[in-house]
Design a protein around this ligand. Sequence first.
Ligand code: DGL
Length: 275
Amino acid sequence: MSEHPIVVFDSGLGGLTVVAALHRMMPHEHFVFFADRARVPYASLSPNLITRYACESASFLKEHEPKAGVIACNTVSAVALPEVERVLSVPVINVLHPTAAAATRATKNKRIGVLATSATVKRNTYSLVLNELLPGVEVTSQGCPLLVPLVEDGWTEGDIPRSIVEHYLGGLIEAKVDTVVLGCTHYEYFREHIQHAMGPNVTLVDTPLAASVELDQWLESHHSLERTGPGSVKVFSSDVTDALYRVVETLFSNTSNISIEAVSVERLAKAVALP
Ligand code: DGL
């Protein structure tokens, strides 16, 4: 079983930050990642459509006979977790719960800021999970709808992205949060801007690391961790553009066993087995 792959998916490039961290922590594992870039951003869609697209992605990945799955998308984790678990029918790690747990361990003043997509903020999932883990915690949430399109466009550097990021941080600074959750995996690409604007005393939770630790511990405790041989990363995307190649080159510069392949949305729809 341990030689079976781990499948990971997101609506787009954000999920690659999670794959990079997984691959760093578990270098002998085989990862198959799918990015639904043809239909990103998910956050502007209805919950029904987000669930359908997430199930299509999961069904496609299921064909690779995985031993475990990782939902590298907070929006899908908030909206469609049980449906994806049903489709994959292997143990599934999502990014939202380990991130929330790490945030409650990090905060000292019990004030946590959450930057997320508008769909995740509307669902209030972070606030609910954080309050369950740390009763009485004050959560300040901010939707950041412009950030996902900027990442997909490969535009994360310079004055304009920086000022957009700063615009979204006003409420968190006012609320005096000491911990910030990047509640959308795309926001990892703005980590430095966010840290700089929030100041050195504010902790930014590391979602890719939190999810990697959770998966690593699960595999270890179930004797399913691959311990030998070179690992690999297969990247599938419903749209392959230069921005994807650039991100892969940057995040996986030390990985030789990596491939990129396009998958059409028609092919995805064929894979679907809605629960
Ligand atoms: N990376 C996804 C997340 O973590 C972005 C969702 C979207 O496509 O709007 O929520």
